[in-house]
Design a protein around this ligand. Structure first.
Ligand code: PLP
Length: 447
């Protein structure tokens, strides 16, 4: 392990950073410092080359160090580094908005920019509530998420989120007035979408019966749950959700922070799964992770209502937005990334490599500690059996051991998550899963 000196860090510097979503105490005893990245690989302070098995954080499908993106942001920074997001515009944001609409399902052609996936979640939830108020139905305020759903960490996204440990520390008032419906099926060793389970969507009818549709503004779901450990929806499930929402005048929001721009082999999860939501949240792959940025795509009729009901035209139609909404450098990164996705036929490449990943992943299904294998597009989730009284310990141990062997995979809850760059090769997939299989088997022997 490199010393702090070799890392170019002092102890005081290491101590000063309260790291996000990190076991700070463990990390600071054994820091994993990434110094640079190129293509599908990270390089650490020890000079080791590490395969990026999660595309950063589901962000960098195009791989790292893409010169086209570097050039675009550097040009933008020297030309216009920042422009006020409120009451002014710059060409990049309009160009990017229009470019994004080319990737969205038909009709979702109005784009609101945010700075992250969490901001996109809160933005879409606020637009939903404001939409019904503008329509004269101010009682429609409840927001419904799903068990194990993840919509980021801001107040709204947390309120509809369904991963209990993310909420536990913050008290029950976080979710007052908001609801959750049934989670998706697991433990089926299913390749792609489970064939059965569409009826789980009917659970929404129970919520409607209890609370009445006149109190419900929107339902928010990830088309494929990513952070909960890659949980694809059963065939027909999203279609049924759409039907119920239509019948009861409830907006349907897809949180596609992970799915949008290729992870499932299509422009969006909506396209991959054949269901069009009323709003679609994105972030991550939008800029290939190079500059923070998110956005919400809205159906035009939602936008139009705000314009029609906006009062005098010098007034704000919605008092919402961020200092960094449509940041010029993020827009430049977004334009360059979306161009690259098209030029490199990235979505076709994902569809080509998805069966290779599926095959490699399901080879591990017979291992004693593996409780489930799920996959869709270029994403895999493995559920790992709990160590006695220590939930989450084994996935952590597996991810640590993989890092030591030169592979980055993510652990979360009882799962290991893998989502390689779209540029991944068969050899890279095979070597990652060989190492993963050996690592899990070693752990079985220690158990
Ligand atoms: N929504 C979904 C579906 C996500 O997967 C994530 C992050 O993984 C978020 C929201 C939060 O995004 P961010 O971390 O950029 O705020």
């Amino acid at each position: 392990m490199a010393t702090l000196q070799q890392m170019g860090l002092t102890q005081r510097q290491l101590d000063s950073h309260w790291m996000a979503y990190t076991g700070n105490r463990q990390f600071k005893r054994d820091p994993r410092i990434i110094t640079h990245a190129q293509g599908n690989y990270y390089f650490d302070a020890d000079g080791r080359k590490i395969f990026d098995g999660l595309s950063g954080l589901w962000t960098c499908g195009l791989g790292h160090g893409r010169q086209e993106i570097v050039d675009a942001i550097s040009k933008q920074a020297s030309q216009l580094d920042y422009s006020p997001a409120f009451q002014f515009g710059h060409p990049g944001s309009f160009k990017l908005a229009e470019k994004i609409t080319e990737f969205m399902p038909e009709g979702l052609n109005r784009i609101f920019f945010t700075g992250s996936g969490s901001e996109s979640a809160d933005t879409s939830l606020k637009i939903a509530r404001a939409y019904w108020r503008k329509k004269g139905q101010a009682g429609k305020t409840k927001l419904i998420g799903r068990g194990k759903g993840y919509h980021g960490v801001n107040y709204g996204g947390l309120a509809v989120g369904g991963i209990a440990p993310n909420r536990a520390l913050f008290g029950s008032s976080v979710d007052v007035g908001h609801l959750r419906h049934t989670m998706l099926p697991e433990n089926q060793y299913c390749k792609g979408q489970p064939q059965s389970g569409a009826e789980l969507a009917n659970d929404l009818l129970d919520q409607i019966a209890i609370h009445d549709a006149s109190t419900i503004a929107a339902v928010i779901v990830e088309p494929m749950s990513g952070s909960a450990g890659v949980i694809p929806p059963p065939v027909g499930y999203l279609q049924r959700l759409r039907e119920i929402c239509d019948q009861h005048d409830i907006l349907l929001i897809f949180d596609e922070v992970i799915c949008a721009f290729g992870r499932l082999g299509y422009k969006t999860g909506a396209e991959a799964l054949g269901v069009t939501p009323d709003m679609l949240n994105m972030a991550k792959q939008l800029t290939n992770g190079v500059v923070p940025m998110g956005a919400v795509a809205c159906k035009q009729e939602i936008y139009d209502l705000f314009m029609e009901q906006g009062g005098p035209d010098y007034m704000l139609e919605i008092p919402h937005g961020y200092t960094y909404s449509a940041h010029p450098i993020a827009c430049a990164a977004g334009l360059a990334s979306l161009d690259l996705l098209s030029q490199e036929n990235s979505f076709e490449r994902v569809r080509e490599m998805a069966p290779v990943l599926e095959h490699a992943a399901h080879q591990l299904g017979s291992l004693e500690l593996v409780n489930d294998v799920r996959n869709m597009g270029l994403a895999v989730g493995l559920s790992i059996a709990h160590a006695p009284n220590e939930p989450g310990l084994r996935p952590y141990q597996i991810a640590q051991a993989m890092w030591q062997q030169g592979f980055y995979v993510r652990y979360g809850g009882d799962t290991i998550q893998i989502a390689p760059p779209f540029t991944v090769t068969k050899e890279e997939i095979d070597s990652l899963f060989n190492a993963l299989g050996d690592t899990i088997q070693n752990l079985t022997q220690q158990a």
